[in-house]
Ligand binder design. Structure first.
Ligand code: SAH
Ligand code: SF4
Ligand code: F3S
Length: 461
């Protein structure tokens, strides 16, 4: 087998970052990444199972691999569908040689050795008993400025609709020391923007007992060279006031909190096993609204959960107005294997789900149109992400995670380097982005020269 590999990744940021760790592990084992599946000896498919009959899509894609099986290639299925479907994948796609869920990646080197020795039906399907995390110093990050660090893996919350506790194993945290070593190493490499990851990032508990989550945020934010720290996804249950205080006190902590509510109705939240009420959630919102900084709040929502009445849905709509989110990712409930909700009748007709989704998105768009207007005339610091030649605009991101499209008439260089920071005056606001004009850089402003690496194929949720 040629020691070249091609990897495709679907799912959340945790999956995207897992792939960066898998790529690093493979490279350390002597493999090299290729951009075209036709050239690869090993094809890896890192899968997501969160919604919408995900496993059917995986089997469909595996069927496409079938035509390549005569070419001496080997196939591996990783991620959440791998864990969920397990050995059934070999039965339906016998040309697949390796099936491994994320809780087993630390064993990848030995699984690869068995693959090279010609073994088939190799599995890494750790169940919920694993208490190990997958830490590696070989991580290959495709972006040289902004990088992820997973601080907590798995989930113990068991929301009634969700596959994650079954696909990612039990909740397990890394020590503060190991997180800080990785963050310092990234700062030394020139990273300025760090995003701490976890399915419930704020459920992180230091196994060494040294730091609270808010203290970890502050410690990462105080590393010299780090200009921005983000963290996602927070869970309302474990959301404490000191997180807001840490953001208020530490300028490098970005003014953005993603705190998915899922529903505005306490009875739906109960049926979902979210273990908080509308009032509990709104109390946390009041802490954030009372902060000195303008902290942007975003959320995920599910419409059409079994039993959701018109009145329940109306409570979700009124919650939008009470919180004034800067972005909402709304999904139609989708029944998933192994979850308690799969046994509840999927009682809301598809047409009603579609209608609720449309109403929610329309209302939220209105709120964003009004709420983004607060930025008009402000000067925002943006990190440069790309250049849009068609519109002659630079595309950047604000601390609040908003897209800022801006022109550069006042700058010497029309194309400030990707990864550099600039101040932009906001001249127009739209429901999903800000538009502005870059101000000349302040004296001593640092720019970073980008390093190019091949981009892996990633589709984020
Ligand atoms: N741990 C995070 C969410 C992770 S999954 C949290 O608890 O908030 C990302 C989002 O996918 C969820 O917030 C939820 O809105 C959505 N989701 C998960 N399972 C779903 C399902 N079965 N149907 C529809 N949406 C779902
Ligand atoms: Fe899924 Fe709930 Fe865990 Fe989030 S907290 S990953 S929604 S089970
Ligand atoms: Fe998908 Fe697994 Fe992430 S189901 S959303 S890849 S945790």
């Amino acid at each position: 087998m040629s020691k070249t590999f091609y990897i495709e990744t679907f799912g959340c940021q945790m999956n995207a970052h897992d792939s960066e760790k898998v790529i690093g592990t493979l490279e350390h084992e002597g493999y090299s990444q290729v951009a075209d599946e036709a050239e690869a000896g090993l094809i890896l498919y890192n899968t997501c199972s969160i919604r919408d009959k995900a496993e059917q899509k995986v089997f469909h894609r595996l069927n496409e691999y079938k035509r390549m099986q005569g070419e001496g290639k080997k196939f591996a299925v990783l991620g959440c569908v791998a864990q969920q479907e397990g050995e059934r994948i070999f039965d339906r796609a016998p040309y697949v040689s390796l099936v491994a869920g994320s809780a087993s990646y630390r064993n990848l080197p030995s699984m690869l050795a068995r693959l090279e020795a010609g073994e088939t039906r190799i599995t890494g399907l750790d169940d919920r008993q694993t208490d190990q995390t997958f830490d590696t110093e070989f991580t290959v990050r495709s972006n040289p400025h902004r990088g992820y660090i997973t601080i907590i893996e798995g989930c113990d919350k068991f929301c009634a609709y969700c596959v994650v506790p079954y696909t990612r194993g039990k909740e397990r945290s890394r020590t503060s020391a190991s997180v800080l070593v990785e963050a310092r190493r990234m700062a030394d490499l020139g990273y300025t923007d760090i995003q701490l990851l976890g399915q419930n990032v704020n459920s992180w508990r230091d196994p060494s007992g040294r730091l609270s989550f808010a203290e970890l945020l502050t410690a990462v934010g105080n590393i010299p060279g780090i200009r921005r720290v983000r963290f996602t996804t927070s869970h309302p249950r474990d959301f404490t006031r000191d997180i807001v205080e840490a953001i208020d006190a530490t300028p490098t902590l970005c003014d953005h909190i993603h705190l998915p509510v899922q529903s505005g109705s306490s009875s739906v939240l109960k049926a979902m096993s979210r273990e908080y009420t509308r009032e509990w959630y709104l109390e946390r919102m009041s802490w954030i609204h009372a902060a000195t900084r303008d902290i942007s709040i975003t959320s995920d929502m599910i419409v059409g959960f079994p039993g959701e009445t018109d009145a329940d849905f109306e409570e979700t709509i009124t919650l939008l107005g009470a919180v004034r989110y800067d972005a909402v990712f709304a999904f139609k409930f989708s029944p998933r294997p192994n979850t308690p909700a799969v046994h509840m009748a999927d009682s809301i007709p598809e047409a009603v789900k579609n209608e609720r989704l449309r109403i929610l998105n329309d209302r939220q768009r209105e709120i964003q149109r009004e709420h983004y207007a607060r930025h008009l005339g402000q000067v925002q610091e943006v990190m440069v992400e790309s250049y849009n030649p068609a519109r002659n605009q630079v595309v950047g991101r604000s601390s609040q995670n908003k897209t800022v499209n801006f022109t550069t008439a006042q700058l010497v260089s029309a194309n400030p380097p990707v990864g550099s920071y600039l101040n932009v005056r906001v001249t127009q606001t739209l429901p999903n982005c800000l538009v502005g004009e870059a101000l000349p850089p302040a004296e001593g402003e640092v720019s970073f020269v980008p390093v190019q690496r091949p981009q892996p194929f990633v589709v984020l949720n």
